[in-house]
Design a protein around this ligand. Structure first.
Ligand SMILES: [Zn+2]
Length: 624
């Protein structure tokens, strides 16, 4: 049946600027949404002079279509449906291949006002914005965060593949632009981009789905380095090192790992491997096992579709980029007493990395030639950034070094066109640092211990690990409350970093412990694994003053609970690394294991866990 075209609503001919060496075709490489479902980004890294978009309003159902001329989709056709939103559905497809036209159709309900829909071009990216007065955040998105991310879920978002459209476009695929075919081929072979979207059935709760997607579908090993590739936009959380064996570990929020590569061990060198797993439904975890863990760093590619996980010594002579990118503008600014911003705008997309050490942060700009920081120092009001210095990188590029404090937190953002970088540095005030760093606890065993801080993991928007609609945050709080009761009865001063379902940052948990002069710190967590088989108990410590405490509690813990003893670990988790008193983190079982989950939800298991930890505390203090 023919769909009736009611009226031609308007035609955009967007021509914001033209570029030399423009490519001929617009390759749309990913689609992203912001945290409401009313902003849609179509990302592209190809350079075109003009982007022509024709739009038509249609009825039955009410919808508006946008035909993007001279464009190809580098991933399969897709459609997204939204409940409880004025936008009911967004469909994206390769409408024709000769000429190349990508069609996006937005189906909406009666409350939708077409006049509130705006289309922007930002470099080679198209941005559809509905009912928003201002453009969000200068088009920057976070790609590195020190703080563990809180996953932003879509409310009632369902993703379904538009099978019909896919078939249609295949049959009309009677060849055409060789470039289009090439590009399509690269991605279509996987084919399941949208079908593989994790759907989380949370029984009666909101359905949860990725906010901003990165679909990892490939890992290639190059000279002892790993290229992690996929579709979408990449984000990385603060990496950490785990011992025995030495591993370099980081999480990628809002990321889905293709089952073909999930948990597969790739060999980097004789004694080194890399693995990527689906750590949580919306989070991937990358683990590199290497004695040289400290030497790895993720390098962001110019198209933000891949991360090159590189060993510092192994990238000499490797080709990381095609074009050199000059720094076009540079901004260093103190925002307030605790916040400083460093921002670069480049002439070309930039290949870069950020790495944080205890005393400095390093930004490597691999395809950039440097800048004159001295010239900016004169008018600079930022104490933090006045210490910035640069070094030549081998074989090319520059290293930007900024001395920081160990308590400093970073947020690193990149623009959609990869020509802008922004580093925000959060430095806690001087007094706060002094307070939070009293002389490291002298005591290993202090019989006069009075204050025990119990830290129920996660909370509020940070639900922790989740399976079948059950949240880690609820189990941890329940156990924490039971432990609180037992210890209070024994006469201890017991403090809780949270006693209800609220979000508390890791920094605040540590600060609270330090402010209240906690004598012992116990963080309670629930583990999860990508496979349902994993189960058991773990105790983690990091500082030397915590070892005895961890060992004693762990022993009580594993003897009381009928589950696997997975061992005692030295792990650099934020809360047990930054607290000065003996501090441990207990993983009380696996929510991802159906049997253990069932157990963990019973009050008897929770009570037994609390009692075992309490017993360990008393033993450690010599009070049993
Ligand atoms: Zn946890």
């Amino acid at each position: 049946m023919l769909k009736k075209v009611l009226l031609i609503f308007f035609i955009f001919i967007i021509n914001l600027f033209s570029l030399a060496n423009a490519e001929e075709i617009l390759k749309i490489s990913s689609i992203n949404f912001d945290n409401s479902d009313n902003i849609i980004f179509l990302n592209s890294v190809s350079k075109v002079m003009y982007i022509n978009v024709k739009s038509m309003k249609l009825t039955n159902p009410d919808r508006i279509s946008f035909d993007i001329d001279n464009a190809v989709l580098t991933f399969p056709n897709a459609s997204w449906s939204f409940k409880n939103s004025v936008i009911k559905q967004v469909k994206l497809s390769q409408f024709t291949t000769n000429p190349n036209v990508v069609r996006m159709v937005i189906t909406y309900n009666k409350n939708f006002n077409v006049n509130k829909l705006k289309l922007y071009r930002i470099d080679n990216n198209l941005v559809f914005v509905y009912d928003k007065k201002l453009f969000p955040q200068n088009n920057l998105r976070s790609i590195y965060n020190d703080e563990k991310s809180v996953v932003n879920y879509y409310e009632y978002t369902q993703i379904t593949e538009d099978e019909k459209q896919a078939v249609l476009s295949q049959s009309s695929n009677q060849v055409k632009s060789p470039e289009a075919i090439e590009v399509q081929k690269a991605f279509n072979s996987k084919g399941q981009l949208v079908r593989q979207q994790p759907k989380i059935d949370t029984a009666g709760k909101k359905s949860e789905i990725l906010k901003s997607n990165f679909h990892v579908n490939r890992i290639d090993i190059k000279r002892g380095n790993a290229l992690i590739r996929g579709i979408g936009s990449i984000s990385v959380e603060s990496p950490f090192i785990v011992k025995e064996p030495t591993r370099y570990v980081f999480d990628m929020p809002n990321t889905y790992v293709s089952p073909e590569i999930r948990n597969k061990e790739y060999v980097l060198s004789e004694k080194e491997t890399i693995k990527i797993g689906q750590f949580e439904p919306t989070k991937a975890r990358v683990v590199v096992t290497s004695e040289d863990a400290e030497k790895f760093r993720p390098i962001y590619s110019y198209d933000s579709q891949s991360i090159f996980l590189a060993h510092d010594d192994r990238i000499l002579g490797m080709k990381l980029f095609d074009k050199t990118s000059a720094i076009y503008t540079y901004l260093a600014k103190k925002i307030d007493d605790t916040k400083d911003v460093l921002q670069f705008v480049f002439t070309e997309p930039v290949v870069h990395s950020v790495k944080k050490f205890d005393d400095k942060v390093e930004i490597n700009l691999y395809n950039s030639s440097g800048f004159n920081h001295e010239a900016y120092k004169k008018g600079l009001n930022s104490e933090v950034l006045s210490k910035l210095r640069t070094e030549q990188l081998k074989p090319s590029g520059i290293k930007v070094i900024i001395p920081i404090k160990s308590t400093t937190q970073l947020n690193y953002q990149e623009s959609f066109d990869n020509k802008q970088l922004r580093l925000t540095i959060f430095t806690p005030k001087e007094e706060e640092i002094k307070q939070s760093k009293p002389t490291p606890a002298v005591i290993t065993r202090n019989p006069n211990v009075r204050t025990i801080v119990i830290d129920a993991g996660h909370g509020g928007t940070d639900v922790g690990a989740t399976r079948e609609g059950y949240y880690e945050k609820d189990i941890t709080l329940d156990i924490a409350e039971r432990l609180e009761k037992i210890l209070k009865k024994k006469g201890f001063n017991v403090l809780m970093t949270r006693d209800k379902d609220i979000y508390v940052s890791l920094q605040d948990r540590v600060q609270y412990t330090e402010d209240n002069k906690g004598d012992l710190f116990v963080s309670i967590h629930v583990n999860s694994s990508v496979t349902p088989e994993g189960n058991g108990l773990e105790t983690h410590y990091y500082t030397p003053q915590s070892y005895d405490f961890a060992q004693i509690v762990h022993k009580e813990f594993v003897s009381a609970i009928d589950s696997k003893d997975r061992g005692l670990f030295k792990s650099k988790f934020y809360v047990i690394n930054h607290t000065t008193c003996p501090s441990i983190l207990v993983e009380t079982g696996f929510i991802s294991n159906p049997e253990e989950r069932k157990e963990l939800l019973t009050s008897s298991r929770k009570q037994k866990t609390a009692e075992a930890i309490a017993k360990g505390i008393l033993k450690y203090l010599g009070k049993d």
